[in-house]
Design a protein. Sequence first.
Length: 48
Amino acid sequence: MAAIIEDLMRIADELNRSGDEVNAYLLDLVTNRLLDRSFGGDGGLGPR
């Protein structure tokens, strides 16, 4: 899982550098949710 998250972060950085801020932001959201879930967080979405 850590390798996937690392790859997603790298891709988001590359998108940001190429000027694709919208997709980089969306990928950051997904990556952050994966990080939260991997380490026991709720994904930042609040109550379900």
